[in-house]
Every structure is written in structure tokens, then in C-alpha cells.
Design a binder for this molecule. Structure first.
Ligand SMILES: Cc1cc2nc3c(=O)[nH]c(=O)nc-3n(C[C@H](O)[C@H](O)[C@H](O)COP(=O)(O)OP(=O)(O)OC[C@H]3O[C@@H](n4cnc5c(N)ncnc54)[C@H](O)[C@@H]3O)c2cc1C
Length: 458
């Protein structure tokens, strides 16, 4: 049940557009809607007692410049645009934003060809100011780092995503929208051409519903009748903090060359906005959807995961990496062994455990970890099914993309109905009638146009 509201909620007023999830993606979408459609009634429904309670409030705070992503992918396009929008927003709203720069370092000989390939990809993505540097060059940028060579991205930055999310929420409220906290959406049903969402006894009907539920993306989407895949697999990312004057050894961001075929960027050194220097995150399979600690274990979650064929295929493919991550999680010494290749002066006694975040990573039925952002459209419902890193960086661009594609016309009428598809028994009627991927919607609309964080600790 909702018992707390940011903004003036008028119970007699029926909202037109609902958003589930007050993380940075949901709030960016809400803000974009209030800007483009000042008359629209926008309400964000959040199950927790505060905004940014999950991924948005537990990440590394890095503004990615767009180095890693497959050219032309949604990630590549929306990251580049997202950086520009976020930088301008932080400047305008006096939110923290520091262009401290990033080095991606090859520490072993076999990583050098992968570093070169990454450089070519980053150039193809139009990342500004890139340089490929050798061992001497990298020490000019980070005097205490070591490696065989590096990519330097001077535009990579740090920010405070929870503060950005709070600023989005404040803007939504100022524009007449609402963020309803402690409103865990547990049912989503069609009501004519509209959508009814419910939390316990409370019901709200909206014209459009956008699902941005992060770690619960699959569960909430299936409430609306979407297909079960991709499933969300939660990966806990644990951090260490450099606890003494050794923190001064790092100027900006230092990343490894990512492992091929793996969606995570690897344990990195991050200078945070508050001056803290962190090492992490690793990627350990969490035992509950919001499993911030080893002891957070949900048999229901594990049973659901075990019932998904993709989970077994993923395990067969990545068990070696998984075992390595578990070992690093249990042993600080093992965790630090790899990190010391980049900063040999930072030793085991210089670090302490510093909490964790949990990433929502989508997993297809065939066992592949979904790399790109993925968004489904089910008539009046739009479901963000995969928004992993760099979704915080890209949040404002994701919001533009989603709002472009939900098909709200200037007169606020419902859009033309998507041609009906064959009804499949396991989907609810409106879902099966309307379902089509959002990228199809956005392509056709483009053609028509002609063109202070909180961390859970162990
Ligand atoms: C350890 C870690 C490090 C990361 N580092 C970076 C980084 O440096 N840079 C970067 O760009 N990205 C990073 N990311 C990724 C980034 O944080 C996420 O991609 C982004 O925050 C996703 O935002 P979101 O709004 O989709 O999800 P979330 O922030 O998780 O928000 C989803 C919200 O939905 C709510 N919700 C769920 N179910 C319901 C329901 N039934 N009813 C109501 N509300 C519901 C949840 O409570 C939650 O508040 C990192 C992530 C992690 C975990």
C-alpha cells in the first residue's frame, strides 16, 4: 500500500501514465514525459520507501564514455547521447560531475590485442579525445599504475546517480507528477484499452504503463502478460575500499581489459565523488533477487532460476568464471591478487570490505547473457527488460527512446492499434493482441518522421 508521496497526489485525479520503479531509468522516463507533455498526469510507483533504493543507489558512479559497446547497438547509441545529456543536466542543476578520465589497462601480453580491438571499437563509437598510450604514457596519467599499454578516455567521468535520481524525482513533482513510495505493484490487468495496476487493495488505472523495475523486471513484466524471457539473474558486485593514504595513489578511473563474452567490465579502481577510492565490483551470482549478502537466500528465487533452461546453459558456459568470482568473494587475498597487477603499491592491509550492489542481468533461454538494452512493447505497456550498465549513464537517452516509442501523440489520444497477432494461450489477451518489440515501433516512427549513496554491507 502506498503511504508516502513525493509531490501533490490528488486521489480524485486519474493519472494517465504510470511508471513502475523509481530507479534512475523510471525517473528519467517520468521526467521526460512531464517535459514533453506538460498536461500529462505522470505517477511513478515504487515499492521501497525511497527512490534509488537498488541499482541506482549501489553502483560505481561512473559516467561511461561509450568505449565498450557494439557499434550501432542501443547501448552504443544511447550511451553517447546519455553522456551529453547527463553532463548538461548535472551542470545545470549543480549536481556532482567530475571528468576525471579513465585508463583501460592491458596488464598481460594476451590482453594487448584485445586492447587494440577495444580501441578500434571506441573510435567507431565516436568516443571523444581517445588516446592509445604505452607503459610510459599511462604513468604520466596515473603515476602509480602499471601495465603494458592503455586506452585513455579523458571524458569518462564520475557522478552521484542517487543524487541525479532525486533531482529527477523533484522535477517530476514540481511539474505536477507524483512519486508514490511503498507501492509494490502486485497486479497489472487490462481495463478496456487502459491498464489497471494494483497494490493490495489499492488500484489505479492509466492510459500507458512503463515498467522500469530493474532486478524485478522479469517478474513485473510477466504480471502484464509479457513472455517469461529474458529472465533476470542477479549478480552481486562486492567492493573493497582503500582505507588509508594509499587512496591518493589513484587520480581517476583504472579498468582492466574486459573478458571476452562476459558482460561485466571487470574489477576496477574508482575514485568516487566523495573522495573514497574503491576496488570492485566483482560479479557473484546472488542467491536472492535483491541478495546483497551471502546470507540473503531465497529458495523461491533459486527454484525459479533453476526452472529456467538458460540458467543451466549459462552455468555450463561460465562455470569456470563463476567459481573464480566465488573464490574472490570469499578470500580478500584472492580478490586483491588480480587488482595488484594495476596498482602493486596497494596491498592487502590497505583495503577493507565496503558493501555491495546487485546488478540485474538478463538471461535468454539459450543461456546467453543479454548484452544490449532490451525493451518490449505490449500495447499500452512498455517493459524495460534489460537495462544493465551503462544504463545509469544512458538514463536520459533511454528515456527519450522509450517516450518516442510509446506512441503518445500531441493530442494525447491513444495511438493506432498495433496489428493484432495470433493469440498465444499463455499470454493474457491484451498482451498477446498488442505485443511487439519496441524497436519495431521506434524504427517505424523514425521513418515516419523522416529521419551520498547507501550501500548494503555484509
Ligand atoms: C554494482 C553496480 C555497479 C554499476 N556501475 C555502473 C556505473 O558505474 N555506471 C553506469 O552507468 N551504470 C552502472 N551500473 C548499472 C546501473 O546502476 C543500472 O543500470 C541502473 O541503475 C538501472 O536503473 P533502473 O532504474 O533500471 O533500476 P533500479 O535502480 O534497480 O530501479 C528499479 C526500481 O524498481 C523498483 N521496483 C521493482 N519491482 C517493483 C514493484 N513490483 N513495484 C514497485 N516498484 C518496484 C525497485 O524497488 C527499484 O527501486 C552498476 C550497477 C551495479 C549494481
Amino acid at each position: 500500500m502506498a503511504d508516502e508521496v513525493i509531490g501533490a497526489f490528488d486521489a480524485a485525479r486519474e493519472p494517465s501514465i504510470g511508471i513502475v520503479g523509481a530507479g534512475i531509468v523510471g525517473l528519467a522516463v517520468a521526467r521526460e514525459l512531464t517535459r514533453r507533455r506538460p498536461g500529462a498526469r505522470v505517477v511513478v510507483f515504487e515499492k521501497e520507501e525511497r527512490v534509488a533504493a537498488h541499482q541506482t543507489g549501489h553502483n560505481s558512479g561512473v559516467v561511461h564514455a561509450g568505449i565498450y559497446y557494439v557499434p550501432g547497438s542501443l547501448k552504443a547509441r544511447l550511451c553517447t547521447r546519455g553522456v551529453a545529456l547527463l553532463k548538461a543536466y548535472c551542470t545545470e542543476h549543480q549536481l556532482p560531475y567530475v571528468e576525471c578520465g579513465k585508463l583501460v589497462i592491458a596488464a598481460r601480453g594476451d590482453e594487448v590485442p584485445r586492447l587494440d580491438a577495444l580501441y578500434d571499437r571506441a573510435v567507431a563509437n565516436g568516443v571523444p579525445g581517445l588516446r592509445r598510450v604505452g607503459p610510459e604514457g599511462l604513468r604520466e596519467i596515473e603515476p602509480h599504475a602499471t601495465g603494458l599499454g592503455a586506452i585513455h578516455s579523458p571524458g569518462s567521468a564520475i557522478t552521484d546517480y542517487a543524487a541525479v535520481a532525486r533531482a529527477f524525482a523533484a522535477e517530476v513533482a514540481a511539474a505536477g507528477g507524483e512519486v508514490r513510495l511503498r507501492f509494490p505493484v502486485d497486479r497489472i490487468e487490462p481495463e478496456g484499452e487502459r491498464v489497471r495496476i494494483a497494490s493490495g487493495e489499492e488500484r489505479v488505472t492509466v492510459d500507458r504503463l512503463i515498467l522500469c523495475a530493474g532486478l524485478q523486471a522479469d517478474r513485473v513484466a510477466t504480471l502484464a502478460g509479457d513472455e517469461p524471457g529474458p529472465r533476470i539473474v542477479p549478480f552481486r558486485g562486492e567492493y573493497l575500499r582503500v582505507k588509508n593514504e594509499k587512496a591518493d595513489l589513484l587520480r581517476g578511473l583504472v579498468y582492466p581489459v574486459p573478458e571476452p563474452g562476459y558482460p561485466f567490465l571487470g574489477v576496477h579502481f574508482t575514485r568516487r565523488i566523495d573522495g573514497t577510492v574503491e576496488i570492485g565490483p566483482n560479479a557473484v551470482l546472488a542467491l536472492a533477487a535483491e541478495g546483497y549478502r551471502w546470507r540473503d537466500l531465497s529458495p523461491v528465487h533459486l527454484a525459479r532460476l533453476a526452472a529456467w533452461p538458460g540458467a543451466w546453459r549459462m552455468a555450463a558456459r561460465h562455470w569456470r568464471m563463476g567459481a573464480h568470482e566465488v573464490y574472490g568473494s570469499l578470500s580478500k587475498r584472492a580478490y586483491m591478487k588480480a587488482s595488484q597487477r594495476y596498482f602493486p603499491e596497494i596491498g592487502l592491509d590497505d583495503v577493507e570490505r565496503y558493501g555491495a550492489g546487485v546488478r540485474a542481468q538478463a538471461l535468454d533461454r539459450d543461456g546467453s547473457l543479454v548484452d544490449d538494452f532490451r525493451i518490449h512493447r505490449l500495447g499500452p505497456v512498455t517493459a524495460v527488460r534489460n537495462a544493465p550498465s551503462p544504463a545509469a549513464t544512458s538514463s536520459m537517452a533511454i528515456a527519450e527512446h522509450v517516450v518516442d516509442a510509446i506512441g503518445l501523440h500531441a493530442d494525447h489520444q491513444l495511438p493506432e492499434r498495433v496489428p493484432p497477432r495470433e493469440v498465444r494461450g499463455r499470454l493474457r489477451p491484451f498482451a498477446s493482441v498488442y505485443r511487439r518489440p519496441i524497436w519495431a515501433a521506434s524504427r517505424s516512427s523514425a521513418a515516419a518522421r523522416g529521419s551520498g549513496r547507501r550501500r548494503h554491507t555484509r
